[in-house]
Design a protein around this ligand. Structure first.
Ligand code: FES
Length: 107
């Protein structure tokens, strides 16, 4: 099962096993981790599941959809490595994925 390491806004990190087919957002919400609010429940419309994903972790996922890119474009604190965690579906062959939870989700 893939492991997702969440680097949290308070500087701590949490490591969670997330079943393939679930999203990076699911893994956070189901384990009550702080930082990913996920107001819209994963329908790519609220952008309160903003995370930064870099390097091999970023490459493991498909490119963002137009919908996701549109939301990210106007998001406070967005960087080129920004993603919406509800759009990051874990695959069975993934090992460890590291994401940094954006500070802006709570504001
Ligand atoms: S949970 Fe709303 S956009 Fe991801």
């Amino acid at each position: 099962m893939p492991t997702v390491v969440y680097q949290l806004p308070d500087g701590s990190a949490s490591s969670v096993d997330v079943p393939a087919g679930q999203t990076v957002m699911d893994g956070s919400v189901r384990n009550n981790l702080p930082g990913i609010v996920a107001e819209c429940g994963g329908s790519c419309s609220c952008a309160t599941c903003h995370v930064y994903v870099e390097g091999a972790s970023a490459e493991a996922f498909d490119e963002p959809s137009m919908e996701e890119q549109d939301l990210l474009e106007y998001l406070e604190g967005a960087r080129s490595c920004s993603r919406l965690a509800c759009q990051l579906v874990l695959g069975a062959t993934m090992d460890t994925i590291t994401v940094t939870v954006a500070q802006s989700n709570d504001s």
